[in-house]
Design a protein around this ligand. Structure first.
Ligand code: FRU
Length: 488
């Protein structure tokens, strides 16, 4: 079907039950439905929103257009969980039904204050002439899950010096005040994060731009800002649009990364930081959001997808999913991302294989379609090592480490279906280690690979043939390996 403007702005309530049920059935029949990732029942999912812990449960919302795999008028869809593994479907949380969010309930965050979960988001609106006016909005959820929107928005339009790309409020408490970070594009088309201050969550005062160092290739718009401090360091996360590829880096259509440095001085906005680092080295990762949970952990969930590109499952009436939750830990000036231990609850049958390899290949056939896998490779001298997954039917997905080149590489050239070949089918990053420890989660149509305790992560969708289930290890130098696989 053709996605006219009219079709993109059609509300769920405007289609008949029959038509919607047909879409539900079409999506349910998709061969690429995930087993243990949050995915939309129909239509398109994008950013995680409102990630929080309230009344004994984790709450996670996501951007949703119900009626097809396109960026139409957005809703917030609500999931909740006690353990971050078993998610309960809580249905639609926020609908685009107010004057200040008529063209989409866009991204934002959640903050628990006293007995309520406060939700902050951008209301996207368009005038009759299709001029965009962004509003920063507020809604409150109570213990029984009722959500009430405020009568009027908190912040109307963007301040002087900024375009209409002004959105995604991240609200948090900081030294006795509330701060809201907002992603912005200046009139000179530079991406920035700005911030507002409040003492009551209702009246917000513009403070200025976060004073990041200016550097080339920074992009024109920084979406979905987030910030946290850990062990005396500050981390500013955002998703810049408009960066150019540089060697192995920034190969996706849009990026997502962070600046690590001293804590931001919110009196002046000053931020001393190092170079912009990509969070994820894979093909499909964007707009992550973090929260601090009751255990004190900094958790992150991202969108396992990207704006501006198609998805293989578009033909099946749905697109995209969320990543598994990761814990963020700063060690030795590096941001590690580690899968949370709760994910062990997914584990079913366990298989273990171990041995030595030298100038050879070993095959494991048809153990499982979806799994968690841990592989430890040690060597006197690690030369070139490859783990091949989803092998069969002429397909294979290869993750390798080349010690000589000091590179990790994910090769999806033979991985099955793709609709984004123009962005290349390999991703690499610099890496040097004397051993290799891969920890990965393979769902029906996604792969998340954590390397050496989360030093690097590669996250990608994968649309492989049903019969491509072989696993293979290949080594040049002499290595010992231990492979643990849990069916999921
Ligand atoms: C990021 C983003 C946000 C916006 C939302 C709309 O993917 O563009 O900036 O709030 O998606 O769905």
């Amino acid at each position: 079907m053709e996605w006219t403007r009219e079709a993109r702005y059609q509300r769920l309530a405007e289609v008949s039950e029959d038509i919607y049920e047909k879409l539900v059935t079409q999506v349910a029949d998709s061969p690429y439905r995930q087993k243990f990732h949050i995915q939309p029942k129909t239509g398109l999912l994008n950013d995680p929103n409102g990630f929080s812990f309230y009344k004994g449960r984790y709450h996670l919302f996501y951007q949703w257009f119900p009626l097809g795999p396109v960026h139409g008028v957005k809703y917030w869809y609500h999931m909740s969980s006690e353990n971050l593994v078993d998610w309960q479907d809580e249905g639609i949380a926020l609908e685009p039904d107010s004057f200040y969010d008529s063209h989409g309930v866009f991204s934002g965050s959640g903050l628990v204050v006293e007995d309520q979960l406060h939700l902050f988001y951008t209301g996207n609106t368009r005038t009759d002439d299709w001029v965009r006016i962004p509003y920063q909005c507020h809604a409150i959820m109570d213990a029984s899950g009722n959500i009430v929107k405020a009568d009027s928005p908190l912040i109307s339009d963007s301040p002087a010096g900024f375009t209409d790309n002004f959105r995604d409020p991240k609200v948090f408490e900081y030294q006795g005040h509330y701060l809201a970070l907002i992603g912005a594009e200046t009139s000179e088309h530079e991406g920035k994060v700005v911030y507002y201050k409040s003492d009551n969550l209702k009246d917000w005062e513009y403070q200025g731009i976060i004073g990041t160092k200016s550097y080339p290739n920074a992009g024109f718009m920084w979406e979905c800002p987030d910030y946290f401090e850990q062990d005396g360091q500050g981390v500013l996360l955002f998703s810049p649009q408009g960066m150019q590829a540089e060697g192995d880096r920034f190969q996706n259509i849009f990026q997502s990364g962070y600046l690590l440095g001293d804590p931001i001085d919110f009196q002046t906005g000053q931020f001393d930081h190092g170079a912009f680092q990509e969070l994820d080295k894979g093909f499909d990762f964007y707009a992550p959001q973090t929260m601090q949970d009751p255990l004190g952990r900094r958790l992150l969930v991202g969108w396992l997808g990207l704006p501006g590109v198609d998805c293989v499952t578009d033909d099946d009436g749905w697109a995209h999913c969320l990543t598994l939750p990761r814990e963020l830990v700063i060690e030795n000036n590096h941001l590690y991302q580690r899968p949370i231990p709760e994910l062990k609850a997914l584990r079913k049958a366990h298989h273990r294989y171990s041995g030595d390899l030298h100038e050879e290949t070993i095959d494991f056939q048809d153990i499982s379609r979806t799994y968690e896998l841990k592989l430890r490779v040690t060597a006197e001298e690690l030369e070139h090592f490859a783990l091949t997954l989803r092998k069969g039917h002429g397909e294979e997905t290869v993750f390798s480490y080349d010690h000589h080149a000091s590179k990790l590489e994910l090769d999806l050239r033979k991985s099955g279906k793709t609709v984004t070949a123009e962005y290349g089918r390999t991703r690499s990053c610099d890496f040097q280690a004397e051993y290799l420890e891969l920890h990965l989660f393979l769902d029906e149509s996604s792969l998340e690979i954590f390397v050496n305790d989360g030093h690097e992560v590669f996250t990608s969708r994968l649309f492989s043939h049903q019969d491509a289930n072989g696993i293979q290890l290949t080594s040049k130098g002499k290595v010992s390996y231990v492979l643990d696989l849990w069916e999921v």
